[in-house]
Design a protein around this ligand. Structure first.
Ligand SMILES: [Fe+2]
Length: 585
């Protein structure tokens, strides 16, 4: 028995290893017991070598202790007969990047009903283990991807490292940030907090040469959303991120339409664009086809879910957009925002979150969600902005005001329920990760931020780190630094504010502290600078275990020495002492 064959048999003998959960794949999926040739295509009489391609890379996501979602898209080429309705696909999982030490093989299939995407929940894996995987159809094989399982709940874990990203607008510039993330030597996973795609037509939000959105109009139908997802997944920097790390993702508004909520969206007009319920369900369907996300229950459209990373952290991912959100109020002066009846998430989702936070025994409770949680006192910020000489000629006032009512500030009752629970149950070490607003923030979260000036003895209940965008624009260059100063002057719980530069957060978690390292790229417009980080801008913030007060400017964390990467990133000397920030930190 050769080594490969032995490995397969060994793997199949471990009873649970062979389990396979259909997840967008055929319900007749079964493990296969040998390294047979890749399968032919049903209905393709002529082709024993069916004409397919893997044009959109590979991806993995939602790692649990015994399983992970494996994703790819099989593209039928023109040579494939139109009668083909089902393409069989083989998936191989191995312990090495050369795919020799095989531990499992699965057969599945895909077809037009799921836009030829494959999403396989590869179960029966070992906890806390890195794996490699590859798809095969006809005579084609996909690139090899790398992924991992999480350590099981309660398993002793000392450390975790992950990157947080959001707001990747293809038309606005190059995915330089994704390249920088893909080259990180040591990350356990990627947290994508939404705006993975944008819905606009050409020239409506970004006009970078060669990156006009497809289809060439605002996307509103299932076919449109599918085509837009497919276009994004041709980007090699995005492909590299997916190939290298598992992703845990949630949508924000632009995966459907700008400022969406349960019953509509700012960028949706029923009279000309049809029923919102149809558009919403088309957007959700395409998202579940094209992202490596596990379906909690089939057809539920539910993305709120949780993950355990050993005894180190529990991670709660929220849907503050499409599931339970009431329509935003139009002004921060509208008292309706304080109504006890207003909801940002449904009662079911809130109950699940509160129960999870209360029962969690991990060292850290992480929440990944879309819109800024901390209170932002807009009206007082505008007053200070005026004294600094900022008027509305750059859209400054409008940006702040519209941010505010889309965020938890527009849904005060829901925020108070969470804060009251954290206080009443003495829940510590809660860290919130946020996207959506294309800017960087490190906030202490208090029960009443408005009284901080009067009472400095109150302790924060949580910390919040808001990630900058991959490409989408923040505040205008001319006003960004002064605006950040105005924000911090009247919001003393906001410890770090940067309003203009694309980047990502690298989060390094130990039992002692959670550190958020903000990295910024030099350019999203120059091809030669893709993936190049500007070390002078790097900012370190964090919280120590037992306190939600934010510290600043400690040394950067060092990557662990692991040797599993598919491709080796360039070695850059670590910057041991963060630069002293002068402008707005
Ligand atoms: Fe965005």
């Amino acid at each position: 028995m050769d080594k490969q064959r032995r490995a397969v048999v060994k793997g199949l003998a471990a009873a649970s290893l062979t389990a396979l959960t259909a997840c967008g794949g055929s319900s007749t999926d079964t493990p296969v017991a040998d390294l047979a040739p890749a399968p032919g295509i049903v209905g393709d009489d002529t082709a024993s070598q069916p004409a397919v391609a893997f044009n959109h890379g590979v991806a993995s996501g939602d790692p649990l202790a015994d399983r992970v979602i494996l994703w790819t898209r099989v593209t039928p080429t023109d040579e494939l007969p139109r009668t083909v309705s089902s393409i069989p696909v083989r998936v191989t999982v191995a312990l090495d990047r050369d795919m020799r030490d095989v531990v499992g093989q699965f057969s599945t299939s895909t077809g037009p009903e799921r836009d030829f995407c494959i999403k396989l929940d590869a179960a029966g894996l070992q906890p806390d283990t890195w794996y490699y995987y590859q798809f095969a159809a006809g005579n084609q094989r996909s690139p090899v991807g790398r992924t991992r399982t999480f350590p099981g709940a309660g398993m002793a874990v000392e450390r975790a490292r992950f990157a947080v990203v959001s707001c990747s607008n293809y038309a606005y510039g190059l995915f330089s940030v994704y390249k920088a993330v893909s080259e990180q030597a040591d990350l356990d996973f990627i947290l994508h907090l939404g705006d993975y795609i944008y819905e606009y037509g050409p020239g409506e939000y970004g006009d970078f040469p060669g990156r006009d959105p497809l289809p060439a109009h605002e996307i509103t139908s299932l076919a449109d959303y599918r085509e837009r997802h497919a276009q994004y997944k041709t980007d090699t920097n995005l492909q590299a991120v997916h190939q290298q790390f598992p992703m845990i993702c949630i949508w924000d508004d632009h995966e459907s339409a700008n400022d969406s909520y349960r019953d509509g969206a700012e960028n949706h007009t029923e009279a000309t664009e049809g029923a919102w319920t149809q558009r919403r369900s088309d957007a959700i369907q395409a998202y579940f086809e094209w992202l490596p996300i596990r379906e909690v229950t089939s057809d539920s459209g539910r993305i709120w879910r949780d993950f355990a990373f050993g005894n180190l952290m529990d991670l709660f991912m929220l849907d503050t957009r499409l599931e339970g959100r009431d329509q935003p109020v139009s002004s921060s002066a509208d008292p309706e925002r304080f109504s006890a009846e207003r909801r940002l998430v449904s009662e079911d989702q809130m109950n699940w979150l509160l129960a999870g936070l209360t029962s969690s025994s991990a060292r850290w409770r992480m929440i990944g969600q879309q819109v800024m949680f901390a209170e932002l006192n807009v009206l007082r910020t505008l007053d200070v902005a005026r004294t600094l000489g900022l008027d509305d000629s750059f859209g400054f006032n409008g940006q702040l005001l519209s941010l505010n009512m889309d965020q938890w500030d527009g849904y005060v009752a829901d925020r108070e329920v969470i804060l009251r629970t954290l206080a009443a149950e003495a829940i510590d070490n809660t860290v919130i990760f946020t996207g959506d607003i294309h800017t960087s923030w490190a906030n202490e979260v208090y029960a009443d931020s408005g009284n901080l000036l009067e009472n400095t003895l109150v302790s924060p209940l949580a910390a919040e780190f808001v990630t900058p965008s991959v490409t989408s624009p923040g505040f205008p260059e001319q006003v960004a630094d002064l605006a950040a100063l105005a924000v911090r002057t009247v919001n003393p719980h906001m410890k770090y504010v940067e309003l203009k530069t694309p980047g990502f957060i690298l989060v390094d978690v130990t039992t002692e502290r959670t550190q958020a390292e903000f990295y910024y790229v030099r350019s999203i417009r120059e091809r030669d600078l893709q993936g190049v980080i500007d070390p002078a801008m790097t900012k370190v913030v964090g919280v120590d275990s037992g306190s939600s007060r934010i510290y600043q400017d400690r040394a950067l964390s060092e990557p662990r020495a692991i040797r599993t990467a598919l491709f080796h990133p360039p070695v850059r000397p670590p910057v041991r002492t963060p630069p002293v920030r002068t402008a707005v930190s």
